[in-house]
Design a binder for this molecule. Structure first.
Ligand code: ZN
Length: 435
């Protein structure tokens, strides 16, 4: 087996020959990402606490004052999960529990199995007490319907190349609609389950509230210190997953940007925030914007770094803002010669919490084959490479420099109406935590 470390050592001469160093802190970003991705960082866990202490140390060593801002968040722990095919007698199928979906009790639930695609009403039986097999996680409205009719739900992975997802539905779904114990099954198992008649599902989990922390550090602007550009990333991972590209990579890139700016004197302030609780429904950023509502009037922009480090890939940007912000990003990408696919949308990440309060954002991320395995155990440090931080790092740094040091902010500080609608739709339907 060729580990990534060995690969980097063996081919470092190739890298030196064929690629210039464009972002001075790319290697540092890689080193930090590997360190962060050495263990899972589920919200409120010991692994997350260790990662947090490491980041705080890093930022302090760079000369930053670092604050921890606590907030309360609900977490879950899956205690037991099993799935047995009773008819035909295939036996047990490996699966993972969906956090906050519900519980079956010790004896499990037994029912006829119906394939319901994505929660398509036409496929849902009118009877009750069956178990559904879905091709993808049903959205909030379908979930609400299923709670009333089904005993449980099996969700297929989206690709034969994916291991089992370790994810959750928002805690509000269970609190508002009720119990629907759900699990993920592998794609190939789902194909076999299409011919199964009857299954037994057991899922036991418990819930508790924990204290989690956002990490905040700032570089004060020298001319317009009240005008703030945020550089953000989420440090937490889903449970039992090292989260290398999601999002040790983005957290590490944030630290590397902080390092690159440590001795700079920009006109506006740069505030670095590493959020907790993102995977549980943007909990850290929602708590942050609530606590800093007044200050957000002076927010210029959020540069959010979620999903980075995938070794082979390309740079992508989702702009949640105005046309002129999009044009600014495109202008700078082209000026640099960084090929960047730019779109206007809401991104399912912490920037959405800011967008909800009208703060525009630029989501810079790495599109890569590594992203296919996000939220599974396969999202591990082997997927990372120092090269992957060069272009996103260069683009992020240049954007900060151009905007933070401009005499006038070079774009409209607003979110266009069609993107605003998408933001609302995201919180109501896709994430489904505000009604
Ligand atoms: Zn993420």
């Amino acid at each position: 087996m060729c580990t990534n470390k060995a690969y980097v050592q063996a081919f470092s001469h190739v890298r030196g020959l064929h690629m210039q160093k464009l972002f001075q802190e790319a290697q540092h970003a890689y080193d930090v990402a590997v360190q962060l991705a050495s263990e899972p960082r589920f919200t409120g866990s010991e692994g997350e606490a260790k990662a947090r202490e490491f980041i705080v140390r890093e930022l302090k060593n760079l000369g930053y004052d670092v604050k921890l801002e606590p907030f309360k968040v609900k977490v879950y722990q899956v205690k037991h999960v099993s799935l047995e095919v009773l008819e035909p007698r295939i036996g047990s199928v490996e699966c993972t529990g969906v956090g906050f979906s519900g519980e079956t009790g010790e004896d499990g639930v037994e029912g006829d199995l119906f394939y319901i695609e994505g929660g398509d009403p036409i496929l849902e039986p009118s009877s009750r007490n069956w178990i559904g097999l879905a091709s993808t996680r049903p959205d909030k409205d379908a979930w609400r319907r299923l709670v009333k009719k089904a005993l449980g739900l099996l969700i297929a992975e989206s690709s034969p190349h994916r291991e089992l997802s370790r994810v959750e539905v928002p805690v509000e779904w269970r609190e508002r609609f009720g119990n629907l114990p759900a699990v993920y099954v592998r794609y190939n198992d789902a194909v076999k389950l299409l011919d199964a008649k009857r299954v037994r599902l057991t899922l036991l989990q418990d819930y508790r509230e924990v204290e989690a922390f956002n990490i905040v550090a700032e570089k004060k602007g020298v001319k317009y210190p009240d005008e703030i550009i945020y550089v953000t990333a989420h440090l937490d991972s889903v449970y039992g997953v090292k989260g290398a590209v999601d999002n040790a990579g983005g957290s590490a890139l944030t630290v590397a940007i902080a390092k690159a700016l440590a001795s700079s004197n920009l006109k506006r302030s740069i505030r670095f925030v590493l959020f907790s609780g993102e995977e549980l429904g943007l909990r850290g950023s929602l708590a942050y914007v609530e606590a800093h509502k007044d200050e957000l009037k002076n927010a210029v922009l959020v540069l959010n770094l979620d999903v980075h480090g995938g070794a082979v890939g390309s740079t992508r940007v989702v702009v949640t803002g105005s046309k002129s912000l999009r044009h600014s990003v495109e202008f700078i990408s082209k000026k640099l010669g960084v090929k960047t696919e730019v779109s206007e949308d809401v991104m399912s990440s912490d920037s959405a919490s800011f967008a909800r309060l009208g703060v525009p954002s630029v989501n810079i991320f790495r599109s890569s084959g590594a992203n296919v395995v996000m939220h599974t155990e396969q999202d591990s440090p082997e997927l990372l490479h120092p090269m992957s931080f060069e272009l996103p790092g260069l683009l992020t740094l240049k954007l900060i420099d151009e905007i933070a040091d401009a005499e006038e902010v070079p774009f409209e500080r607003e979110i266009s109406d069609d993107v605003k609608k998408k933001v609302e739709e995201y919180f109501k339907k896709r994430l489904g935590i505000f009604e």
